[in-house]
Design a protein around this ligand. Structure first.
Ligand code: KE4
Length: 430
């Protein structure tokens, strides 16, 4: 494989001398697929191009944001226009009002919202807000849930932490971890037992309503409804981390699919149009606890940055205009999944392809994957072999079985045909 990436290999050799692990985010190290990472020189539509002259159909899409594909002309034009007005002001700017009004009008449960620079900042701020609003310390997350690199949430995290098999990060103090309860996802009984025993200590439950960071896992019927009931009865807050799923699985994120309403929502990725943007929002009475109105401090030099928001607003307004986006993404996902399931059956390979809207994942598992334990029983060796086969044949899947695949509106018939052919061949070669 190294012969495919002679230029990337030299860049990576240099990078490792001056960047830890040679990467600015662990999952880009490709350690879980046993190869050196490649570099991207440019990207357009559904394709990435490397400095080595390779081109790949991309199912990572910068880990979700590029719902219209890379380098969308309308988003790019909005960024250029914003840049021409200046690279940031340190004062309020009109797009901050526009973005907040957009999110409050589209995202259920959001009456007020505060912009951040990343999903991590959004979840970190939402936790602090929940603790400040309830005056309680304990929080609840789910094994395999990944919410960014917040100390309190790097406990049995998914995504990069899970990829390295070290779900608990060094540097997270015992005191911090002691305030975090971790439950199995989709386990109603465990949630009921915890709330029965410690409910009055719990500030909030934070959950990816559809898990996307240990592969893609959907809630069993009644699970989210039970979390809503338990938190309401205990005076705790329910926080949906929709950084990945917001505007991804429907215009209302997962809330457009299941209908449960949280107290707070964390957003990111797609609402930045490819630039660094996060947000947390929810009930006005809770959000009014945030400084300068209330006593919960949250701030940031670049929060609501005008160039980043110009990209995000262009993306969200395009989603509002193009009514068929989610039907197109779902149709692509269904067509591809059907081909892969057929090839796996013919080959006698156990394969699950959970999917919703523009995201899916591949589990080499006999039975549907319901939680982290099931996900770790899925065959990582087959996933690694398929990843490498796909890359050698021009298709870039996430470089870890503990991630989700994303589809964009730029994934056309040609991309579907080639992806199905390559992945079916890869499954047959397992
Ligand atoms: P960021 O801080 O990376 O913008 O967002 C953190 C985050 C929060 N919540 C959810 C549900 C997320 O998926 C993420 C980040 N997702 C990973 C991909 N699985 C980012 C990729 C990376 O870490 O390089």
């Amino acid at each position: 494989m190294a012969e495919l990436f002679p230029v990337s290999s030299k860049l990576f050799a240099r990078a490792q001398k001056v960047i830890p692990g040679g990467v600015n985010s662990p999952v880009r190290a490709f350690r879980n697929v046993g190869m050196e990472p490649f570099y991207t020189q440019s990207a357009d539509g559904c394709r990435l191009r490397t400095p080595d002259g390779n081109e790949f159909i991309d199912y990572v899409l910068t880990w979700g944001p590029a719902i219209f594909g890379h380098n969308d002309a309308e988003i790019r034009a909005a960024v250029h226009a914003a840049v021409d007005r200046g690279l940031g002001f340190g004062t309020n700017a009109p797009d901050e009002v526009r973005m907040a009004e957009l999110l409050a009008s589209v995202v259920p449960a959001v009456e007020k919202v505060r912009m951040t620079n990343s999903g991590t900042e959004a979840t970190m701020s939402a936790l602090r807000l929940a603790r400040g609003f309830t005056r309680r310390d304990k929080i609840v997350k789910f094994a395999g849930g990944y919410h960014g690199h917040v100390d309190a949430l790097l406990v049995k995290a998914g995504s990069g932490a899970m990829t390295f098999g070290r779900p608990d990060s060094l540097g997270v103090t015992a005191g911090t971890a002691a305030d975090t309860f971790v439950l199995p996802y989709n386990d109603v009984g465990a949630a009921e037992a915890l709330f029965a025993a410690r409910g009055n200590e719990i500030a909030a439950v934070i959950v990816e309503p559809f898990l996307g960071n240990i592969g893609f896992i959907m809630p069993v019927p009644g699970f989210l409804e039970k979390l809503r009931e338990l938190t309401k009865n205990a005076g705790a807050l329910l926080i949906f981390d929709e950084v990945m799923t917001g505007f991804r699985v429907s215009l209302q994120g997962t809330m457009g699919v299941h209908g449960v309403r949280p107290d707070l929502v964390c957003l990111g990725k797609i609402i930045g149009g490819g630039l660094p943007v996060g947000a947390f929002g929810g009930r006005a009475d809770i959000m009014d606890s945030v400084a300068p109105l209330g006593g919960v401090y949250q701030a940031g030099t670049f929060c609501g940055h005008p160039v980043a928001l110009a990209a995000g607003i262009a993306a969200v307004e395009k989603l509002l205009r193009e009514k068929d986006v989610y039907a197109r993404l779902s149709a692509f996902g269904e067509a591809l999944a059907g081909e892969l399931e057929r090839a796996a059956r013919e080959r006698g390979v156990a394969l699950q392809v959970p999917r919703c809207g523009g995201m899916f994942s591949l589990f080499f598992s006999e039975k549907p994957v319901r939680d982290l334990e099931d996900a770790t029983r899925s065959d990582p060796e087959k996933a690694k072999k398929l990843f490498r086969f796909a890359l050698e044949n021009g298709v870039f899947l996430p470089p870890s079985p503990y991630e989700s695949c994303f589809i964009s509106t730029a994934h056309d018939e040609a991309a579907l045909e080639k992806t199905a052919r390559v992945l079916c061949d890869g499954i047959r070669a397992l």
